[in-house]
Ligand binder design. Sequence first.
Ligand SMILES: [Zn+2]
Length: 361
Amino acid sequence: MKHLLFTLLTAGLFLTMSSSYRGNDLFQVISSHPHDLEEMNPYIETVHQSGRLWIVQLKKEAPEAIMDSLRPLSGSEKHYLYEGMFISNKSKKNKINIKSYTSEVKVENLRKDIEELAAYETRFVGTPENQQVLESTAIRLQEMGYAIQEHCYRGEVCSVIAEKKGKEKTKDIIMVMGHIDSVGESFAGADDNASGTAVLLEMARILKDYDNKKTIRFFITNGEEAGLIGSSHYARKLETTGEIKNIKLALNMDMVGYNSNGIVELETSPDHEHLARSMADLASRFTTLKTKITLGAWGSDHMPFLSRGVPALLTIEDWDTKNPCYHQECDSPDLINLDYVAEIAKLNISAVLAKDLDLQD
Ligand SMILES: [Zn+2]
């Protein structure tokens, strides 16, 4: 930027704002040029500063030229972040406190769901038990009030979609997914991926009464272990109908249950580095998790969406210290760190809310 302000001030052109006083209006500082900041300083009051976000109000005597370095926050943009609370404007009606949602995560719910899912002899795709667990999960989501659809590939591999339409006219969709199938070891698959499925169910429970602007879609994928079958089929279908461009965020949760160091990996493609960074920011605000960003994605249901240009991200336990029982019969609930699972749930809930409120790119 722009030496305009500096030039005007040094030329003595003080255009005061007395006739257009902006009262309590909020502005974002959109310059970091030292000249601008120096000249602006006497005329602003800082309301909030965090990272690159600097929100100010103007003093009465502020010159009009100062507007070159400021962006007015208005309408839906009139919001700012502090202390984990996001205020969309000053009326209580629109106040969204993300922490009031993340604090609803209940370890006991996660424990119950992980144990129930791992109690099936197998959840391998194509088995009667796989169909059974899928149906009972679909019923759970339906009872929460979500509209349910089944998507089947060759009549054999069925996935479940549970949707809550957004209240605004936008076609935007926020998708949350996790695979329900297992590799088929007896009474196993607690971490892979009863953990992700349990988080999805807990998120659905907590967000069922949330007044979402964008459509929220929960996607219980199936056949992940047999080659990403359910997610690939569904992504292809959405590509054919053109709907895939409406998916503004796809969160995948796979193996989010075994951990001792508090690290979660945030995995996406290099194209979506900003998404990983904003997730890391949410993790620092709303969870106790430490984050490891992995650019270069592989091996789970976010892939078919990433390859079609959807901003998709996987949360997964730190792969350096991953479950020693990965894909084995000993992948059982007793190895699950439920407090860690709860933090993953908080992270993904905060990401859905941040996206719904346009806090994330
Ligand atoms: Zn898995």
